[in-house]
Ligand binder design. Structure first.
Ligand code: NAD
Ligand code: ZN
Length: 363
């Protein structure tokens, strides 16, 4: 039985997050959503995921939905741009996709963000579903309807809010991730515990062995709790006017590092470094104890995540941080912690505090 987490907007369920151990139930889910054999489906995937899962997913769907098309692009953040989107538009046009048809994002956050953005803009919006295959996308990027692509070195500069019709996670896909990719997802998972749920953070530390061994039943429990944290936040603030900003914990500095490292470090790794820095600033403001700060730092190391970056200049990191799009009228919107499991958005973090936080992670 799939675990089911409904996501509501203005009191109405707008889609479900379904979590199960295989892709088998996907055709049934689409039928439940009212999709029929005469509707076309375009599965979008990247070069790694397509090799692993596109055929399986296509075979599962084909009996009920014979008009299936697959589009594949080169894996990696470097593909998350408008050129790739243009390629998808062209493919959809050539295959006569109209507004009744469906796109499926089969892959990690890059595929999900790019497919969602294409779906949001093609013919002024067609429907899409998320089938996330990385831990990061299962617990984070597939939920909440933020879609988009990068513009040059500017992350997620072009985008739209466009809700999926369904998020369908097959936890087995975790088994083919590299250790580095798995650790990246843990960066966002740890973030969820830190910003919202102290018990969950403890649980993560206690279950390190099973999680790192990718025990699927423990991983499913973890994905469910993380999805719930993300769901609860996006339900309260679907278009990020306020509280949703806490999900950016660790991301202001994380994005700056990601950019300055020219994307050599992965997103979740940069988030881990960023959240250590933000925790440090919180400690220096007496919002965390030294012991809590150390526990957060060690929590990242426990999951093979970096807590510092090498070869960067502190003023360059500060400048990149201030170019982040989380600026509001010249003031940085920075997420601080108030004890483990609690966080808030602050607009008063000074350059000096930021520099202290940056020095801590550059040492
Ligand atoms: P990704 O999509 O690039 O996937 C990472 C790598 O893993 C890729 O090489 C991919 O081909 C491979 N892969 C995917 N699934 C696999 C599987 N099951 N087995 C083996 N290999 C697999 O990156 P990601 O870490 O999933 O996502 C990062 C992206 O998500 C960033 O672009 C980030 O900006 C975005 N993001 C978006 C949101 C949002 O709310 N929309 C939130 C967080 C992150
Ligand atoms: Zn992130």
């Amino acid at each position: 039985m799939a675990k089911d987490l409904p996501v509501t907007l203005d009191g109405k369920v707008i889609y479900h997050i379904k979590l199960t151990d295989s892709f088998q139930g996907l055709a049934e889910e689409l039928k439940q959503l009212g999709y029929q054999a005469d509707q076309k489906i375009c599965i979008i995937s990247d070069s790694n995921v397509a090799k692993l899962y596109a055929e399986t997913v296509k075979n599962i769907l084909t009996k009920s939905f014979p008009q299936i098309f697959c589009y594949e692009f080169q894996a990696g953040e470097a593909s998350k741009n408008t050129d790739t989107v243009n390629g998808v538009y062209e493919f959809l046009i050539q295959n006569h996709f109209d507004r009744h048809d469906l796109m499926i994002a089969l892959g990690g956050g890059v595929v999900g963000d790019l497919t969602g953005f294409t779906a949001a803009t093609y013919l002024r919006g067609i429907r899409f579903i998320q089938v996330p295959t990385t831990l990061l996308s299962q617990v984070d990027s597939s939920i909440g309807g933020k879609t988009g692509v990068d513009f040059d070195a500017y992350k997620n500069m072009v985008g739209a809010f466009h809700m999926p019709q369904l998020v369908y996670t097959a936890a087995t896909s975790l088994l083919t991730l590299t250790e580095e990719q798995f650790a990246c997802g843990m960066g966002e998972v740890i973030k969820h515990g830190l910003i919202m749920d102290a018990d969950y953070y403890e649980w993560l530390q206690a279950h390190r062995k099973e999680i790192l061994a990718r025990d699927l039943s423990v991983c499913e429990q973890m994905i469910l709790v993380s999805c719930r944290v993300k769901r609860d936040v996006v339900e309260q603030d679907p278009t990020e006017q306020g509280i949703r900003g806490i999900l950016n914990f660790g991301h202001t500095l994380g994005h700056a590092i990601e950019k300055l490292m020219h994307f050599q470090l992965l997103h979740g790794q940069c988030v881990a470094i960023g959240l250590v820095s933000a925790a440090y600033i919180s400690w220096k403001r007496d919002l965390l104890t030294e012991e809590e700060y150390n526990r957060i730092r060690e929590g990242c190391l426990l999951y093979d995540l970096p807590v510092s970056a090498e070869g960067l200049d502190e003023t360059a990191v500060l400048a990149a941080t201030k170019k982040d799009k989380k600026m509001e009228q010249g003031q940085i919107k920075f997420v601080l912690m108030k004890g483990i499991g609690s966080s808030f958005i602050d607009r008063s973090v000074s350059d000096e505090e930021l520099l202290e936080g940056i020095r801590e992670i550059l040492k």
